[in-house]
Design a binder for this molecule. Structure first.
Ligand SMILES: NC(=O)c1ccc[n+]([C@@H]2O[C@H](COP(=O)([O-])OP(=O)(O)OC[C@H]3O[C@@H](n4cnc5c(N)ncnc54)[C@H](OP(=O)(O)O)[C@@H]3O)[C@@H](O)[C@H]2O)c1
Length: 330
């Protein structure tokens, strides 16, 4: 069926400035790490992209290796762009990354200029687009000079293949260094993509401060802890859930370890009149340094539920304390 985007798509959507840049991001962005690969139902994937865009989610996050198979999420997204988003490229923020293993031999992994720039060409080819809005170094490479990795990002912008650049999972010190090298090259670091959720708080130990100082926007990945911070696992592990899939990155062990905390968090969310998923998203978005929460989904209904997080009431100090207590955080 042909798709035409909802005319109301920007009506209730809210956007935040990404660091000290001109770019605004939707408070929720959609990532294609799981559920958009060859192994997944293409029509469900397509309808999730439609639902997101129809509600003002303009930002779609990919990486070279998303699938499985690696590369298939970019290929599927490219198909959806070509069939359903003709004339809409300027309303979309598309990101991709390179940094994890992608192809055999010494040039398909980590942070060399050789890998990053050839991977970007491959990503553009798979998605059938001329440029990405954001190109990331997916992880720091301890064995490549940061000047080389950042130089490759700068080159991606200068060659017109990326509009902005970002880094992912760099620690505070690496982030300061990357920001300095990029600034000196004349291509500011737009964005940092760290893992951040109620259950995973490392960014509070210095990174958020660096982001504010440097004017870099934060986009929190796995804000729902891959589905654990939802009602998904309250009655066990459903067959169609990420933890049940052999190619899913969520281990049942992690679910078992966290389920007691999750039950306590559900009670706090109930008292706030939110679902746990909504509360978990409101919680990461309470940080001024975070421009967007980068969610995943396996069906359109999850996206619709999660969008309600954006209009939630701010947290009281008591609620924040209850959340910390539920997780055993002092
Ligand atoms: N930079 C990096 O190194 C890195 C690493 C990981 C991820 N990321 C990015 O972050 C994005 C999001 O990661 P993620 O998918 O792990 O995020 P997430 O939002 O923490 O988890 C998404 C999963 O939670 C479940 N879910 C979502 N909404 C729900 C709801 N309302 N009710 C019940 N369950 C719900 C779904 O699980 P089911 O599938 O079980 O339904 C969904 O697949 C990725 O797509 C990627 O773009 C980046």
């Amino acid at each position: 069926m042909a798709y035409s985007p909802a005319e109301s798509r920007y009506k209730n959507a809210s956007y935040r400035r990404c660091g000290r840049s001109g770019l605004k991001l939707p408070e929720l962005s959609l990532g294609l790490w799981h559920n958009f690969g060859d192994v997944d139902d293409f029509q469900v994937a397509r309808s999730m992209i439609h639902t997101a865009f129809d509600h003002g989610i303009t930002h779609f996050d990919l990486a070279n290796n998303y699938g499985p198979s690696a590369g298939s999420a970019e290929r599927n997204f490219g198909k959806i762009l070509a069939s359903d988003f003709v004339g809409l490229r300027d309303e979309l923020i598309i990101s991709t990354k390179a940094g994890y293993h992608m192809w055999e031999g010494p040039y398909g992994d980590w942070g060399s200029r050789k890998y990053l720039l050839s991977s970007l060409d491959q990503s553009l080819d798979r998605m059938g687009i001329d440029y990405v809005d954001i190109f990331y170094s997916h992880r720091p490479d301890p064995n490549t000079p940061i000047e080389e990795t950042m130089g490759a990002l700068d080159h991606a912008v200068r060659s017109g293949k990326a509009l902005y650049v970002g880094i992912s999972s760099y620690n505070p010190e690496q982030t300061r260094m990357a920001a300095k090298v990029l600034r000196d090259l004349g291509t500011p670091c737009l964005i940092h993509q760290p893992k951040y959720s109620i259950l995973e708080r490392w960014v509070e130990d210095g990174l958020l401060e660096v982001l504010s100082d440097e004017g870099i926007g934060g986009i929190a990945f796995c804000p729902l802890a891959q589905g654990m911070l939802t009602n998904r696992y309250l009655e066990g592990v459903p067959n169609d859930s990420r933890a049940a899939k052999s190619h899913g990155f969520l281990q049942q062990k992690a679910v078992d370890q966290n389920i007691e905390k999750v039950r306590k968090l559900v009670a706090v969310a109930d008292a706030r009149g939110q679902s746990l998923a909504q509360m978990a998203l409101s919680w990461v978005l309470r940080q001024p340094a975070i421009a967007s929460a980068l969610i995943g989904a396996s069906r359109p209904e999850q996206i619709l539920e999660n969008l309600q997080a954006v209009s939630a009431a701010p947290f009281s100090p008591e609620e924040l304390a209850q959340i910390d207590e539920a997780c055993g955080v002092k």
